[in-house]
Design a protein. Structure first.
Lengths: 264, 369
């Protein structure tokens, strides 16, 4: 595995937001990945990257507790997300937010209602407070003027922004983003990258991002891990800019320099 | 920005200033909201001491914004740590620079009525167009049967027919049983309970068999047609067919339409036989031998009863499948669209069946059937 030193500014002293040890995922006889171990440090933007079919989204689903891994332990905000049960599991899930690739906004609710839903469900905030906080969250993602629109009236970029606003509705310290740039034009994608960086910087949110958009990775990531379908696991870890310049691994070089590997 | 384990925020007053200490997150804000707003006098100078505030998120910042709005002026914040100040600044900027949009104004009554009428006319026009395209596709398919996707038609016939048979048989049996039992009670008082067999056979063969089979077809297959084709429309598969030069009506509607029409007689016959079996169960439990029951059925019903029912069933099948497919084809956008199409297919199908059954009753009466 290739390891590039983390940037000097990485806030590794702040503790660990997520930790995976020896994680494997198998579907029958098919092993997607195995022996995946890494830590996500608090306050950083951590990117899980790799080619299509390498298991990035599967790994994300394991981290947010949608599936149990075949092997290994996954610790999120200090708790084992596989072992934790009942009320403790529900509380843990309120401590992180998730933005799904499609946005997964509830189509029967306005954008404002989508963002207000977690607060209305899990806090005792009065309605006027919920509306004010939801409007502030929409202002943070630049969607205040779309608060009363239905999700079907939004563009692709607006849906992603609204989904991020909903993901941060409960001010979670950790947010997972699945392919935030997928299907967006470069300008909209760059705007979304800026939003992620600013939310991480200003609000101190730790982001775990699954993507294979090279421009986004180099813009937002403090650290990355790279999964590979052939190796069935992590083949590189560290600062993406240094990996791009210094890695000698053929797949890593091919990914960052947009060239073909010997395998095609 | 993970909140620590420090205590939730508390509100006190000191030298005319509000003092917020502890962790100011959503849960603390929920507890403090009304108390904090009550502590602010409109028009008064607002000073907030945040020296003891260990953590503040966007929810906490929203509380500070609400206090400012009530006071009517910008608050003087003191003692905030750089991290807390950064969150507050960002939240203030987000809220203040993004005024909420004006709520949409409701159209006036004439405009609303006009829009509704235009919408209905457009909807009617679209349905007529779909009917025309379906008829055209049916005619073209009849002229060139090889153009029909036979494997898909067989598959649809299996879905519409053989997979519905257990349900049809169960409902038919129970229906015959209930109808016979309910009829036997009053007829027995007149010593006419042998005629329960006639009553059930005639009413099921002529009327209830085709009607019930068509209602089950609408509920089971009409909704499925609308949902399948509606999902394909939402996923742009219909557009893909169009751009490839393939007629979606011949590709999707014809197999379903033909399968439904072809399977309706099978379903009706299964329904009729099951109902007779249910009726016979009751009659035999009342002491009538099978020979007497079958003689009543054979002597009092003719081929015209059965064939009339089957003829109605063919029309019902075409109408149910046509409505299901047309509702799928006219599926709109949004997450509710497919569900609305499926519901409209079932409701429209059942209403059409009842109306058509009434028309058939009049026609059969005039023809002396």
């Amino acid at each position: 595995m290739v390891t590039a030193p983390a940037p000097a500014t990485t806030p590794d002293a702040n503790g660990i937001a997520a930790s995976l040890r020896g994680v494997a995922m198998r579907f029958g006889a098919n092993t997607v990945f195995q022996d995946v171990s890494f830590d996500v440090w608090r306050g950083e933007v951590f990117v899980i990257l790799g080619g299509s079919g390498c298991g990035k989204s599967t790994l994300l689903k394991l981290m947010i507790g949608l599936r149990p891994p075949s092997e290994g332990t996954i610790t999120i905000l200090g708790e084992d997300i596989v072992a934790v049960r009942g009320e403790a599991r529900r509380r843990l899930k309120q401590r992180f937010g998730v933005m799904f690739q499609s946005g997964a906004l509830f189509g029967s609710m306005t954008v404002l209602e989508n963002v207000a839903l977690p607060m209305a469900s899990f806090t005792t905030l009065p309605p006027e407070a919920i509306e004010r906080i939801a409007r502030t969250k929409l202002g943070l993602v630049g969607l205040a003027d779309a608060a009363l629109r239905m999700p079907s009236q939004l563009s692709g970029g607006m849906i992603k922004r609204a989904a991020i606003a909903r993901a941060i509705a409960l001010d979670p310290p950790l947010v997972f983003l699945d392919e935030p740039s997928a299907g967006l034009d470069p300008i909209t994608s760059a705007g979304l990258d800026s939003l992620i960086v600013s939310l991480a910087r200003d609000l101190g949110i730790t982001f775990v991002v699954v993507t294979h958009e090279l421009a986004s990775i180099l813009t937002i990531a403090d650290r990355v891990i790279m999964l590979d379908k052939e190796a069935k696991g992590v083949i590189a870890e560290g600062d993406p800019r240094r990996l791009k310049e210094e890695s000698t691994h053929p797949v890593v070089r091919a990914f960052f320099h947009r060239t073909e590997t010997a395998a095609g | 920005m993970e909140p620590g384990t420090d205590a939730p925020a508390t509100l006190t007053r000191r030298d005319g200033a509000l003092v917020l200490s502890g962790r100011l997150d959503a849960h603390a804000v929920a507890a403090l909201w009304r108390e904090a707003l009550a502590a602010v006098t409109p028009g008064a100078t607002l000073s907030i001491d945040l020296a003891g505030c260990s953590y503040c998120d966007v929810s906490g910042s929203a509380l500070l914004l609400a206090l400012e709005d009530k006071a009517g002026s910008r608050a003087t914040l003191t003692g905030a740590s750089p991290q807390v100040a950064r969150v507050i600044d960002r939240a203030h900027e987000a809220y203040r620079t993004s005024p909420p949009p004006a709520p949409p104004t409701a159209p006036s009554l004439p405009v609303a009525v006009g829009e509704a009428v235009v919408g209905k006319i457009e909807d009617l026009g679209e349905r007529i167009a779909i009917l025309g395209r379906t008829a055209t596709s049916a005619a073209l398919t009849a002229l060139n049967p090889r153009s029909l996707r036979w494997p898909d038609t067989w598959h649809q016939a299996e879905e519409v027919g053989s997979r519905a048979l257990p349900l049809i048989c169960m409902i038919g049996f129970l229906f015959g049983l209930i109808l016979a039992f309910q009829s036997a009670v009053p007829l027995r008082q007149f010593g006419a309970d042998i005629f329960v067999a006639n009553l059930v056979a005639v009413s099921v063969f002529r009327e209830l068999g085709p009607l019930l089979s068509a209602v089950i077809l609408a509920a089971r297959s009409g909704s499925a047609f609308a949902a399948e084709i509606g999902t394909m429309k939402v996923n742009e598969e219909i557009d893909a067919l169009n751009t490839m030069g393939l007629d979606p009506f011949r590709f999707l509607v014809m197999p379903r339409l033909i399968a439904a029409v072809a399977m309706m007689p099978v379903l009706i016959i299964a329904m009729n036989l099951s109902a007779v079996a249910g009726m016979a169960t009751v009659m035999m439990s009342l002491g009538f031998p099978w020979a007497a029951i079958s003689a009543q059925v054979v002597n009092w019903t003719g081929p015209s009863d059965v064939l009339g029912g089957l003829a109605k069933g063919l029309v019902f099948g075409a109408v149910v499948a046509g409505i299901g497919c047309s509702r799928g084809m006219s599926t709109g956008v949004g997450p509710r669209a497919v569900g609305q199409s499926a519901t409209a297919a079932v409701v429209g199908g059942i209403v059409a069946i009842i109306v058509l059954d009434g028309i058939f009753a009049v026609l059969f009466y005039l023809m002396g059937w």
